[in-house]
Design a protein around this ligand. Structure first.
Ligand code: PLP
Length: 358
């Protein structure tokens, strides 16, 4: 019997039936036309989600694998500036520390990034910048275009984590000057967990380090992806490739613009509910930092706590997320990414309203 809990999390998200069924099949040789065809379908559709014509490669590993591949191939031995206003910005900094000289540019979680400090860091020799576009831990959408412009002006490489924005919100990697962008399969793409896709600009390839980690050797991924049929350097997670291919076909059938508009509508509905409940949104926005359109973070009402609050929601068979690290017991987060339907969203809002009134 399947677990019928409705996951309204910022990933993993519920899987459409077609995506689930695509995984349940006999093993195949991953060096051949069938696998190559699936890989090329994925790349075609993901390029439209990333807004890029750059090379795009898929790694068997979660979103963090994509983050580490990006930082290690383009930041190893270099001075990097890490923009931080949440857990995943912090994660990129921690990865940076393993590979080079990592300079954190910290703001309180959920508050705007410090772009003046970024400019200073770039004047002081930082060659690579990392930013999380949609900071899932705090529900804030950071400014890709503005940061891209600053990076270009200082000739720095721009690595953008689009793990929870790509496929659900507007991302224009090429227009914004993003050199390396990353997505994870279990978020807005509505595929199972286990794959990360990374796009790389020609400017970034020119600056690629000479000795990347063996498993995250992006030039090796590029070389294998250029073969016909397409391949990966090592054995890929084939069943998840098939599921991701199906998820990508669903994106193509819906159309990326319509999909983004659908995510915007969902987010607007959740924000309207939060306002009607008289609950405070967690992020502090400004002209260029906005509320996330894929996950909404709001404060748990005074007198309640994470366990009780989410426990009330769970009575209805619905799982929402709590806060991470120091935001535990402070915020709750509703994920509205992937293929969540309007009735599912309305049920979630009703269950959350019940928890607020308890
Ligand atoms: N980046 C962001 C913005 C995320 O939300 C997450 C996961 O929630 C990650 C990176 C890490 O992805 P994974 O858990 O797939 O390694």
């Amino acid at each position: 019997m399947e677990d019928e809990t409705l996951l309204m999390l910022p990933g993993p998200v519920p899987l459409p039936e077609r995506v689930r069924f695509a995984m349940a099949r006999q093993a195949i040789n991953h060096r051949g036309a069938e696998f190559g065809g699936a890989y090329s379908n994925i790349v075609r559709v993901l390029k439209t989600c990333f807004g890029t014509n750059n090379d795009l490669m898929v790694i068997s590993g979660s979103g963090t694998a994509g983050m580490e591949a990006a930082v290690s191939n383009f930041g190893k031995g270099r001075k990097m500036a890490h923009l931080i206003n949440g857990k995943f910005g912090e994660r990129l900094w921690k990865i940076g520390e393993r590979y080079g000289e990592a300079v954190p540019i910290e703001s309180e979680w959920g508050t705007p990034l410090n772009l003046e400090a970024l400019k200073e860091a770039l004047e002081n020799g930082c060659e690579v910048v990392t930013m999380v576009h949609n900071e899932t831990s705090a529900g804030i959408l950071n400014p890709g275009a503005e940061v891209g412009k600053i990076c270009r002006k200082h000739d720095a490489l721009f690595i953008m984590d689009g793990v929870t924005s790509i496929g659900g919100d507007n991302v224009k990697a090429d227009d914004w000057g993003v050199d390396v962008a990353i997505v994870g399969s279990q978020k807005c793409l509505a595929a199972p967990a286990g794959l990360a896709a990374v796009s790389v600009s020609s400017r970034a390839w020119e600056k690629a380090v000479k000795n990347p980690p063996y498993y995250f050797d992006l030039p090796a991924y590029r070389k294998n992806a250029a073969k016909s049929p397409m391949e990966t350097p090592y054995t890929p997670a084939v069943p998840i490739f098939f599921a991701l291919r199906e998820a990508c076909l669903l994106i193509e059938e819906e159309g990326i613009e319509k999909r983004v508009a659908r995510h915007h509508r969902m987010a607007k509905a959740v924000r309207a509910a939060v306002a009607a409940w008289g609950v405070e949104m967690f992020p502090k926005t400004d002209a260029i930092h906005q509320y996330s359109n894929t996950v909404t973070a709001a404060r748990i009402p005074k007198g309640s706590n994470d366990k009780d609050f989410r426990g009330h929601v769970k009575k209805f068979g619905i799982q929402i997320a709590g806060g991470q690290d120091h935001l535990k017991d402070v915020i709750f987060r509703i994920g509205h990414m992937g293929c969540v339907s309007a009735p599912e969203l309305l049920a979630t809002l009703a269950a959350t309203e019940y928890a607020i009134q308890k």
